[in-house]
Ligand binder design. Sequence first.
Ligand code: 5GP
Ligand code: MN
Ligand code: MN
Length: 323
Amino acid sequence: ISEPEFQSAVDYIKKHDDFLIVSHVQPDGDAVSSTLAVGWLLSCLGKKYVMVNEGPIPRRMSFLWHADQIVDLSALPLSRTYQHVICVDCADFKRVGTTKQYFAEDAVLLNIDHHPTNDAYGAVNVIVPGAAATAEILFDLIARVGVELDQDAATAIYTGMLTDTGGFRYSNTSPKVMSIASKLLEYGIDGPWISEHLLEQMTYPQLRILSIALNKLQLSEDGKLAWVSITDADMQAAGAIHEDLEGIVNYPRNITGVEVGMLFKVINDQAVKVSMRSAGKVDVAAVAQSFGGGGHVRAAGARLEASLEEAVAAVVERVKQEL
Ligand code: 5GP
Ligand code: MN
Ligand code: MN
């Protein structure tokens, strides 16, 4: 990250007031944690802000500072628009979903993200593809603003980094990640509890939907691709909600010899969400981008306007080209 980009972000935050903080649809741990870390920073600076998401925050994130204050716009619309919008963990403008209806027509966006596919849609852009999580960028940003972390903020940042590195295991677990994690633990946060709560514990519906998904596991003839698909009927049979799908895509990817694991989730008759995980050879961000999505080399996703059968055929074909 170049110094000027960071300085522009610091200036943006210090100069303005009355912010809208948004993250991506179906928020993951990094999206929620980053939303809260920005809210925490603004509250330290005595600024006004509202934190929102298109939909509900995963229940297991509710232990985080002020998680209950992130407005679920599907349940509670806002009454006005905002001039200053801070987008975190959103690789492109589409990812903000319906939150965009609360952006003023001439809104000035601050885009803070770590996806290499980020297209710099903000007026100010802090894009750090080398960061494991958007929360990691916020650790640096908060330091540059000159605010001292507390246990609440440290817990949020740790959570974003923990979840986007799969528990400090994926290839994005850099020396810097471990060094920041070490500093965060010095604030007295309960690292083992956060790991147990987010990465080990499973609700019954979560295990049921995993079981249903694994029953439908598909492997390509060469053994290099594996995938599962989940329909509405599956979700109902398991009593599962969207957040229960977190982590399922790792199972096909974990098969020895598999290069790309995929999860296809039916959204409706004409739309399917695909999640992809790569063992390292295939750049799944490039595959996702060719379907209008994005992400990281080893973890990416896209939404296809297609039936399940069409989506599976198209993505499998496209991934095979990359092998
Ligand atoms: P997941 O498969 O867990 O939903 O997402 C994996 C990674 O790909 C995340 O970094 C996520 O932000 C990104 N991603 C997932 N779906 C999309 C999408 O539809 N568009 C873009 N641009 N990125 C996505
Ligand atoms: Mn994310
Ligand atoms: Mn992220």
